[in-house]
Design a protein around this ligand. Structure first.
Ligand code: UDX
Ligand code: UDX
Length: 435
């Protein structure tokens, strides 16, 4: 079976590489010439653990290819995945021009029966619209349009793809469904549960899942603010909640708010979709507001912890990515905090193991340093803004030696408070109050 993936970003590249690992012949297409040139050289344009090995192995096996021009591979493909960006427009709705430009390319090169699949997160009803567009040029018997949303998380995208909680296939015709069930047969055999639905439900499963996860995070973030006032411990609250199987322990880690290329975009797009149907989504609406407030709450906490007698404090920011394990800074709460602190006139020294280059594209004047110690040296406060594993084992003795004043604001509750206090730090975190 021949597969083409249009759009070789975080979603498309991981999808294409992993499908080729199941023995499929896959061509990843992208308009970004530089990106394709890198991939042809076996270089990976994004930080994703395990991706380089999978790409190299399948390129060598002669079943994974990268092209800028997709015409020929598309005309020969049995399945064409759309994985181009669907970034938010000003009104919160998804920008669909890249999807429809890719559909035009598909239609232009459509010469045999094919299945066209939306892998990107697309508004409800997109499958219908795509079907209408292609049907203007081709008879409906010669193609199927399906929805097969991706649920991978950045930073663990390969393992998420290989061990999915579910593969959702939304298809309204048997012929297209059969092709996709054949395509995913190796994963079904490896016990990946496959859920077959109608196309519209599949499109909404994606938005509803992302929105619910965002709601869960905003819930625990609001609980963290109550915990501080009530002098309770948010980690204990999250533990106690998560032991209820109906709630579950994941996505109950408080922080400076959720970021990334999905939750902020998908919650706003879902609100727009719902309002177009005249259905208010009060819970999602409030979670978006709570998320924006959480970043402000984090800045207030940092400013409140600055040493009083300090004229022009220097703030060390550990972590710039929107979360640990990725180089992606899209909607990163850490960058929002940096911008806010810089506007207030504070001097920053910022370190991130992978995301510095992308961070500098967002904030040219950001003062980025190459290590944790460089960030902490002569700083008056250290802020842990991203949940990188390496920040969990910071050498507190060494850090205290080099800091001007020993203050830590741990926005991800990564450190052990008792240890920090023992080493002589003033330690603050999220959702816990220590007299
Ligand atoms: C993004 C969103 O994050 C995700 O929610 C959505 O489901 C798919 O789009 P991601 O892979 O993170 O996923 O996007 P990005 O990393 O921006 O990759 C999109 C790729 O599509 C880029 O490499 C871009 O060059 C390419 N592209 C874009 C095309 O190949 N053709 C186009 O017309 C537009
Ligand atoms: C998310 C969804 O998890 C994934 O299923 C979907 O396909 C794409 O969007 P991603 O955005 O890559 O994945 O990262 P995720 O691990 O979900 O984290 C999103 C944001 O929430 C990050 O900013 C992270 O720091 C934050 N987060 C996550 C919390 O603040 N607390 C948590 O408990 C979990």
């Amino acid at each position: 079976m021949k597969v083409v993936v249009i759009g070789s970003g975080y979603v498309g590249l991981v999808t294409g590489a992993c499908l080729s690992d199941f023995g499929l012949n896959v061509t990843c297409v992208d308009v970004d010439k530089e990106k394709i040139a890198m991939l042809k050289r076996g270089e990976i344009p994004i930080y994703e653990p395990g991706l380089k090995e999978i790409v190299e192995k399948n390129q060598k096996a002669g079943r994974l290819f990268f092209e800028v021009k997709g015409d020929e591979p598309i005309s020969e493909a049995d399945v064409v995945f759309l994985a181009v960006g669907t970034p938010p427009k000003d009104d919160g709705s998804a920008e669909m021009k890249y999807i429809f430009s890719a559909v035009e390319t598909f239609s232009k090169n459509h010469k045999k029966y094919q299945v066209l699949v939306t892998k990107s997160t697309v508004p409800v009803g997109t499958g219908e619209r795509i079907e209408e567009i292609v049907a203007q040029e081709h008879s409906k018997e010669t193609f199927s349009v399906a929805s097969n949303p991706e649920f991978l998380r950045e930073g663990c995208a390969v393992s998420d793809f290989m061990n999915p909680d579910r593969i959702v296939i939304g298809c309204n015709d048997q012929k297209g469904l059969k092709v996709l069930l054949d395509l995913y047969e190796p994963m079904r055999k490896a016990n990946a549960p496959i859920l077959v639905t109608d196309r519209t439900s599949a499109e909404l499963i994606k938005y509803a899942s992302n929105a619910f996860l965002a709601v869960k995070i905003s819930f625990i973030n609001e609980m963290s603010r109550l915990a501080e006032k009530a002098k309770a411990d948010i980690s204990k609250i999250a533990l106690g909640m998560g032991m209820d199987k109906r709630i579950g322990p994941s996505f109950l880690l408080p922080g400076p708010g959720y970021g990334g290329s999905c939750f902020p975009k998908d919650t706003k797009a879902l609100l727009k979709i719902a309002s177009d149907f005249g259905v208010p989504l009060r819970i999602v609406e409030s979670s978006v507001i709570a998320n924006e407030e959480q970043a402000k709450f984090a800045v207030e906490k940092i400013v409140k912890n600055l040493p009083k007698n300090c004229e022009n404090p220097t703030i060390a920011i550990l972590g710039l990515a929107f979360k640990g394990g990725t180089d992606d800074v899209r909607e990163s709460p850490s960058l929002k905090i940096c911008k806010d602190l810089m506007e207030k006139g504070f001097k920053l020294k910022c370190y991130d193991p992978e995301a510095s280059v992308n961070a500098l594209k967002e904030i040219e004047s950001l003062n980025v340093v190459p290590s944790i110690m460089d960030a902490c040296k002569d700083s008056d406060i250290v802020v842990i803004a991203t949940e990188w594993n390496e920040f969990k084992t910071i050498d507190l003795k060494a850090v205290k030696e080099v800091m001007a004043t020993p203050v830590i604001v741990d926005l991800r509750n990564l450190l052990d408070r008792e240890k920090a206090i023992e080493e002589g730090f003033k330690y603050d975190s999220i959702g816990k109050v220590f007299e």
